[in-house]
Design a binder for this molecule. Structure first.
Ligand code: ADP
Length: 396
């Protein structure tokens, strides 16, 4: 089935048009500066990229621009928008309402709206993308795929915060977790690679600009590092990860920050950028550290240390581990960080093969022969998961 995948942000919209069986990508691209002016970048494999300035006052014009270029006789890939069998939308926060993907109808939209307080930046943008598609393609089925859904199998002891229980009961305060579509994809691939789908304990390390780990037993998530929001866990490109709440009170008192300013610091100025003062991009940090920048080296060391700690914690929580998976920009590409994260884990049966580990962006077992715990590099494919869910729900 040919599926259009939409990932709508507040001023941008990513799209990918692909086959749900086999995953062939026909076209993909990005609308930027929605609400400002509007720019479209359209990519078709084997052709030169197309960049166009197109006015996009709202997400509707952006979606229309995507459909126009898809059917353009020169730049397009289809003769008519009727060839789009369905649209799959990436939606950030499904709260407790969504444990899996669902066909978008009025009830689904109302439930996504109810989750806006939990995902105040993303859910409204996701809804704009959904509504724009509904208006322009009223007869094409639409499906919502949630970043949080895969984690909804966590047991209460993993998702409950140790604050007064009434905040969970009345206000839905709990751990939700994100990158769920990626964790679902790579854990399923890992289980396939392990060849023992009945019993498996997998730790997935999604290491990108935003990063999270998940612990997956027999295909079901039992814990993850992100929380009510994506700020939790270990340090990321610009996010702090878990911090002692006392720091907030202390800095807000000293500098007179309000909570918005404080959260902006924790979200945008912290993580490896905050420690290094150099960059949030791990390639820049590698370069700076190689040239002797001590703070860049410390930022990398901190990142490795915290990921390693969570691996230990999750192995402990699951009572063992069969495979550790590395995915996303850093996980797929940085041989060095993978090596360092797995260093010193031989006590729990993790042995890496340095030569096999010298790989980028390919699905490979990089553990040493005889390693009790497998180490896999698995490029994530959230779009394929969204396409597969969309096709499956639409066939029903
Ligand atoms: P996003 O969360 O935006 O999807 P990605 O998964 O694309 O992010 O990951 C982006 C991160 O991957 C950046 O920090 C970048 O530095 C890192 N990255 C990409 N290639 C490499 C590499 N060869 N070595 C180290 N880090 C890399």
């Amino acid at each position: 089935m040919k599926i259009l995948i939409i990932n709508a942000g507040s001023s941008s919209l990513k799209y990918q048009f692909m086959e749900s069986e086999g995953g062939e990508v026909f076209a993909k691209g990005l609308c930027e500066r929605i609400g400002i002016d509007g720019r479209l970048t359209h990519k078709v494999p084997g052709r030169e990229d197309v960049k166009q300035d197109i006015p996009m006052p709202t997400h509707s014009e952006a979606i229309q621009a995507v459909l126009d270029i898809m059917v353009d006789p020169q730049k397009g890939v289809i003769a008519s928008t009727d060839e789009i069998a369905a649209v799959g939308h990436r939606v950030l926060h499904g709260g407790m309402a969504f444990t899996k993907s669902c066909i978008i109808d009025d009830a689904c939209i109302a439930a996504i709206e109810k989750c806006i307080p939990l995902g105040p930046l993303h859910n409204p943008a996701n809804l704009m993308g959904i509504r724009a598609c509904q208006a322009i393609m009223p007869n094409t089925p639409q499906v919502a795929v949630f970043d949080t859904a895969f984690h909804m199998t966590m047991p209460p002891k993993a998702y409950i915060y140790a604050i007064p229980y009434e905040y969970y009961e009345k206000d839905d305060v709990r751990r939700y977790g994100f990158h769920g579509t990626s964790h679902r994809y790579v854990s399923a691939r890992a289980i396939d690679m392990l060849g023992n789908p009945e019993h498996s304990k997998v730790i997935c390390c999604h290491l990108g600009n935003g990063s999270s780990l998940s612990a997956v037993v027999d295909g079901k998530c039992v814990d993850t590092t992100m929380g009510l929001g994506p700020l939790a866990g270990f340090p990321m490109g610009t996010r702090s990860g878990d911090v002692d709440a006392t720091i907030l009170e202390y800095l807000m008192g000293r500098y007179g920050y309000d909570i918005k300013e404080m959260l902006n610091i924790l979200n945008k100025k912290s993580g490896v950028l905050g420690i290094s003062g150099v960059s949030s991009d791990f390639r820049d940090l590698d370069d700076a550290a190689a040239q002797g920048n001590e703070r860049a080296a410390l930022a990398l060391e901190k990142f490795v240390y915290e990921v390693k700690k969570f691996i230990g914690a999750y192995a402990s929580a699951m009572g063992g581990v069969d495979a550790i998976v590395f995915t996303a920009g850093i996980g797929e590409n940085s041989c060095d960080l993978r090596q360092k994260i797995c260093e010193g884990l031989s006590y729990m049966g993790v042995e890496m093969d340095a030569e096999k580990n010298n790989v980028r962006g390919k699905e490979v077992d990089v553990s040493a022969a005889g390693s009790k715990v497998k180490v896999f590099v698995i490029p994530t494919n959230e779009e394929l998961m969204i396409a597969m869910d969309t096709a499956e729900l639409c066939k029903k």
